[in-house]
Design a protein around this ligand. Structure first.
Ligand SMILES: Cc1ncc(COP(=O)(O)O)c(C=O)c1O
Length: 442
């Protein structure tokens, strides 16, 4: 909850300098060559020229499909079948070096199967952030499982282990961190604590394909994990999902829920082999168009990730020099990706301006910024009604999640190199920061 940036970053050093010299407190404009002109200009809000003049509506286009994806889909149309599913599963297994994987029609169905795979008694609780998509939580109820809502760190947007420690109950059986926007959670500390407490570790990697912590891929820290190939995701197949399983019993049980044909492949001693042909009631098979697209996208994942990081750094390294402006904090021993948007945070006291004033001024300058709030699950009607749950989930206070929603500013995640636009974005921010006193009064 401490609003500090990455302690190792040069920007922090600069901030300390500014703080200690009193420049921050005085609200003085940062003056650097190139900034003076911006500082002298009238805000677009007040009729001045816009800082951002280059059209860039296309700069965050996603998914990025090309000839290879087109060829893969056409090949499937000419020879329709499920072949790409098995091939994608094999390639996924090789990429992650894991014993078992299974493809699903989306991330939500992979999560549903994962909860079933746990085979926990009804009333078992799973610790999960409230700051997540419904699919990380709601399918739990189909198996009598109950969420324990855990706060996030408002600067990483990830599972707050200290908060989780306070919320442990006798019924808690598992933890399910979500690597939000491709930012790896503290899986080392979380796993260590879970081990001490006898909790099963699960992961939601729907935003985090190919990311890692201490060289270990996200999705391989937990006993089970899932990802999504939905169109907006870092590895888009338009709609699809995948589960990773370290244990045979989890894999066989999870896969049997939604794949009537898979138990046939289980060894003779499998307790689920007898459900070949009948399955257990759902059909969650991936569409092979997704598999065909995901196979091609997997090949380019590391390149796209590296380009996305470079593009984001070219903007953020400059923006985080501004007092009171922070980015989603990541660990230096992790490898993250950027996904969907570039999330910044404002400390209004340090910046000397409200988020509302800054966003309004940025938008007037032509920056595609907006105040960003994510719906918190624990506040939704579903969790307040006992009828849907084995026992009613506890509805907690989650100040970190609230702080994230009160301070986040979303910028576009540029998925192609647009150095001139980046330059204009920096100019817009610097112009606004140089008018801090004026905006504070607005
Ligand atoms: C964190 C998270 N988990 C799970 C999912 C579910 O994935 P899908 O949309 O493929 O069902 C999403 C999708 O947005 C997500 O954001």
């Amino acid at each position: 909850m401490n609003p500090i940036g990455n302690p190792a970053s040069p920007s922090t050093t600069r901030r300390r300098f500014l703080k200690t010299t009193g420049a921050l407190a005085a609200g003085a404009a940062l003056v650097r060559p190139g900034r003076a002109r911006a500082a002298g200009e009238i805000l677009a809000l007040n009729g001045g020229p816009k800082a951002v003049t280059i059209p860039h509506a296309d700069a965050n286009r996603w998914p990025l499909y090309g000839k290879e994806e087109e060829d893969a889909v056409i090949a499937l149309l000419r020879d329709p079948g499920y072949g790409p599913n098995a091939t994608l599963e094999k390639e996924w297994q090789d990429y992650f070096k894991v014993p078992f994987v299974k493809s699903y029609c989306n991330g939500t169905s992979a999560l549903t199967a994962m909860f079933f795979g746990l085979n926990l008694p009804p009333g078992s609780e799973i610790m999960v952030p409230s700051y997540t998509f419904f699919a990380t939580i709601v399918p739990m109820r189909l198996f009598g499982l109950v969420p324990v809502f855990v706060d996030i760190n408002p600067r990483t947007l990830n599972f707050d282990l200290d908060d989780a420690k306070k919320r442990l109950t006798a019924n808690t059986k598992a933890v399910l961190p979500v690597h939000w926007f491709g930012n790896p959670c503290d899986m080392d500390a979380i796993s260590e604590w879970a081990k001490e407490r006898g909790l099963i570790v699960l992961e939601d990697c729907a935003h985090a394909h190919g990311t890692s912590l201490k060289g270990r891929l996200m999705g391989t820290w937990g006993e089970m994990s899932i990802t999504s190939f939905q169109a907006t995701k870092p590895l888009p197949g338009i709609e699809g999902g995948m589960g990773i399983y370290q244990k045979r019993e989890h894999y066989e049980r999870a896969a049997t829920l939604g794949h009537y044909d898979v138990p046939r492949s289980f060894p003779a001693d499998s307790p689920y082999r007898k459900y070949a042909v009948s399955g257990l009631g759902l059909k969650l098979r991936m569409h092979p168009v997704c598999a065909a697209l995901a196979r091609v996208q997997l090949k380019g994942l590391e390149r796209r990730t590296a380009e996305g990081v470079a593009q984001t750094r070219s903007l953020n390294d400059r923006l985080i020099e501004l007092p009171g402006l922070y980015e989603q904090k990541s660990r230096t021993d992790g490898k993250r990706l950027y996904y969907a948007q570039n999330t910044m945070f404002i400390d209004e006291a340090q910046a000397g301006m409200t988020r509302e004033a800054v966003v309004k001024a940025l938008q007037a300058e032509g920056v595609r910024a907006r105040a960003y709030t994510y719906p918190l699950q624990h506040k939704l009607a579903l969790y307040a009604e006992a009828q849907w749950w084995h026992h009613k989930p506890t509805i907690p206070e989650l100040p970190g999640s609230e702080q994230a929603n009160a301070t986040a500013i979303s910028l576009p995640y540029f998925t192609k190199a647009v150095p001139e636009v980046v330059e204009q974005y920096v100019k817009a921010f610097e112009k606004i920061w140089s008018h801090r006193k004026e905006l504070a009064r607005a």
